[in-house]
Design a binder for this molecule. Structure first.
Ligand code: NAP
Length: 252
């Protein structure tokens, strides 16, 4: 098993990409802690993960709040003694024209997607350094961090920020054996994309922008996250790994 004996924290691990990543990691022998705000979703996710592993814990956490992120890491260390893998996956994506983005929307996107990743990344990196374990930190970024998409200026900026956060952390943490990479999914079928997927005409048009001609599945991102978490990517740090069916290479 590729993650035998490893401890992983996955924020936003109750649904979608985070949940599939948690299941994938658990199948590979990791102990997984999943964090999110909704208790019911967390409990349902934990029962799915328990089908493959008994080593799972849940934490009701809003990643915008430092005290809650710190409590999550404390609880994981208390229970399992270390953190080897962090997936900063919790995220939101609102749709709004640039001129209509409110200050509240802007702040919420920055706080959940970017500040949440900073808070958890900093706290976990300190633990990894103090314990001398090294580790792998993965930022669930997006192709929207590489190219801009209309109606998503606030989201685009958070994902571009996550890519640079990954590189900045990678530079400073490499001497401690801590690798930091960004994973940039294209369009993946989850709650986040449900409104477009449920509109047959809109999704048919959208899929034309994807050279592989289909949307992606959360399992396909989980496989890439496993690669970044495992020793198979041991010489990779500060990298943006794009998994998007070819969407960002297309000029028109
Ligand atoms: P999703 O199905 O909506 O899941 C989002 C997860 O994040 C849920 O577990 C949610 O739980 C959690 N979350 C949201 N706000 C949170 C907060 N403030 N504190 C803690 N947890 C929070 O979305 P997804 O599609 O799997 O997206 C996961 C990540 O992948 C996001 O960062 C997203 O930007 C990125 N991504 C998605 C796509 C895509 O096409 N789906 C493409 C590129 C990148 P609660 O709501 O209960 O807190």
């Amino acid at each position: 098993m590729r993650l035998e004996g490893k401890v992983a924290i996955i924020t936003g691990g109750s649904l979608g990409i985070g949940l599939e990543t948690a299941i994938r990691f658990a199948k590979e022998g990791a102990k997984v802690a999943i964090a999110g705000r909704g208790l019911t979703a967390l409990e349902e996710a934990a029962s799915l993960i328990r089908n493959v592993s008994s080593e799972v814990m849940t934490a009701q956490v809003d990643v915008q709040a430092k005290s809650q992120v710190d409590r999550l890491v404390d609880e994981v260390i208390e229970r399992w003694g270390a953190v080897h893998i962090l997936v900063n996956n919790a995220g939101i994506c609102g749709l709004s024209s640039f001129l209509d983005i409110t200050e509240k929307d802007w702040d919420e996107h920055m706080n959940v997607n970017l500040k949440g990743a900073f808070l958890a990344g900093q706290r976990v990196a300190r633990e990894m350094m103090e314990r001398g374990t090294g580790g792998s930190i993965i930022h669930m970024s997006s192709v929207n961090g590489i190219k801009a998409e209309a109606m998503q200026a606030h989201y685009n900026v958070t994902k571009g920020g996550m890519n640079l956060l990954s590189m900045s952390m990678a530079l400073e943490l490499a001497p401690y054996g801590i690798r930091v990479n960004a994973l940039c999914p294209g369009f993946i079928e989850t709650r986040l994309t449900k409104s477009l997927i449920d509109d047959p005409r809109a999704i048919a048009d959208y899929v034309k922008t994807i050279p592989m001609g289909r949307v992606g599945q959360p399992e396909e991102i989980a496989d890439a996250a496993l690669f970044l978490a495992s020793d198979e990517s041991r010489y990779m740090t500060g990298h943006n790994l794009v998994v998007d069916g070819g969407q960002v290479i297309k000029l028109a």
